[in-house]
Write a protein that binds this ligand. Structure first.
Ligand code: NAD
Ligand code: DAU
Length: 355
């Protein structure tokens, strides 16, 4: 079996669902169920004996030691993290605890477990670190996209904590020989995306008749990848990636934030028009920028294509249409995640931003 951490979050849950749709290999899912973890994402697996869910923290060494000894996974995929840049600005401590300290404790447990494996299992074992393009910092408009050799230059507490955990993973390979793989991916979007992030926030606010907040001038650029393409890339790296290597994953879809918001508004105008017949883009509001806001991310994904034959299956047009449709068809899910804690966050993050 494999062990997935953070498998109740956005990307983790998509990965778990896709894994079990394509393979009969069992999956142990270790998740702390932070505000971003949601068992409803995995509701379709309730009676599936291949999915074992454990509520716990990657930093709890006693628990991870026990799980590793009991279930003997052949691979560990580390999705668990605090993942939202704005939350890292308001309160970095959880990011340090989970992304750095938690990953360190997990690596220690894994190192002890891996050392005790018989030779063949030791050779076949993999630890895959799911990371982000944000560790590379920010690009100007005409700089080339990030390659795997681009220096790490993180700018937010979130990206700094991810960079630190990537460095630990790298060091465990270099020093102890642990067979690790690291993936650095661009912005994901798709089903089960928590509506604190740009695309789902815009969809749910638009439908609720609320303002669509654009930080600063809206000209920041991100590369966007449909989440299921990220999952297929991770499966490919797990199968065929070379230990100690890193692989950039991206969608070749660089867009400004303003473009993204206009695209979502236009799709909603087509699929679920406003009752008053007016366009959704009238709800756009420019608000105070994110401190330290990175201007542009862009991923050079040629290595994974050349070495492992992976390419995204979705274009932005097909992926964003599926995403908008998913949110329209899953209004109950949206209602359930908009708890009191979600409303408190919205007040904290947007209450102080000047229009
Ligand atoms: P998310 O915030 O939606 O989910 C994170 C999950 O991790 C949640 O289920 C949460 O409960 C769990 N978790 C948090 N702390 C934990 C802990 N200490 N122990 C166990 N579980 C814990 O995040 P996401 O967007 O799904 O991102 C998953 C991973 O992918 C992260 O490592 C993130 O850095 C990386 N990543 C995300 C994106 C993106 O666009 N969302 C892009 C590239 C890389
Ligand atoms: O690049 C990969 C990263 O993408 C991941 O590592 C992170 O976990 C993930 O959250 C995401 O980070 P971003 O900061 O790029 O995503 P977010 O959705 O928060 O913001 C996308 C862009 O939209 C960013 O430039 C900020 C802007 N934005 C965001 C929000 C929430 C707005 O203009 N208004 C908003 O209300």
């Amino acid at each position: 079996m494999i062990l997935v951490t953070g498998g109740a979050g956005f990307i983790g849950a998509n990965f778990v669902l896709d894994w079990l749709a394509q393979s009969d290999e069992a999956l142990l899912n270790l998740d702390k169920l932070s505000y971003a973890g949601n068992r409803e994402n995995l509701a379709s697996l309730t009676n599936d004996p291949r999915h074992l869910f454990v509520h716990g923290d990657i930093g709890d060494s006693e628990l991870t030691d026990r799980l590793l000894a009991q279930y003997q996974p052949r691979a560990i995929l580390n999705f668990a993290a605090e993942s939202h840049v704005d939350r890292s600005i308001h309160g970095p401590e959880d990011f340090i605890q989970t992304n750095i300290v938690g990953t360190f404790h997990l690596l220690e447990a894994v190192r002890a477990y891996w050392n005790g494996l018989p030779d063949e299992a030791r050779r076949g074992f993999r630890f895959l670190q799911v990371s982000t393009d944000e560790v590379y910092g920010s690009l100007s408009r005409d700089e080339p996209a990030f390659s795997e050799t681009h220096r790490y230059e993180p700018n937010s507490p979130y990206s700094a904590s991810k960079a630190a955990s990537d460095h630990l993973v790298r060091a465990y390979h270099h020093t102890y020989g642990l067979p690790v793989l690291t993936t650095n991916c661009s912005n994901n979007y798709g089903p089960y995306h928590f509506p604190e992030k740009l695309i789902p926030l815009i969809i749910v606010n638009a439908l609720a008749g609320k303002p669509l907040p654009i930080y600063g001038d809206g000209q920041q650029i991100r590369d966007w990848l449909y989440v299921k393409d990220h999952c297929s890339a991770i499966r490919r790296v797990l199968d065929a990636g070379r230990p100690g290597e890193t692989y950039n994953i991206g969608g070749w879809n660089e867009k400004t934030n303003l473009d993204i918001v206009h695209t979502v508004c236009a799709l909603l105008d087509e699929i679920s028009p406003r009752a008053d017949g007016k366009p959704y883009h009238e709800q756009i509001r420019y608000v105070t920028d994110r401190p330290g806001h990175d201007r542009r991310y862009a991923i050079d994904a040629r290595k994974i294509e050349r070495e492992l034959g992976w390419k995204p299956a979705e274009t932005f047009d097909t992926g964003i249409r599926k995403t908008v449709q998913w949110y329209l068809q899953n209004q109950d899910w949206v209602r359930h995640v908009q708890s009191g804690a979600y409303r408190d966050w919205v007040e904290k993050n947007y209450g102080e931003r000047q229009p």
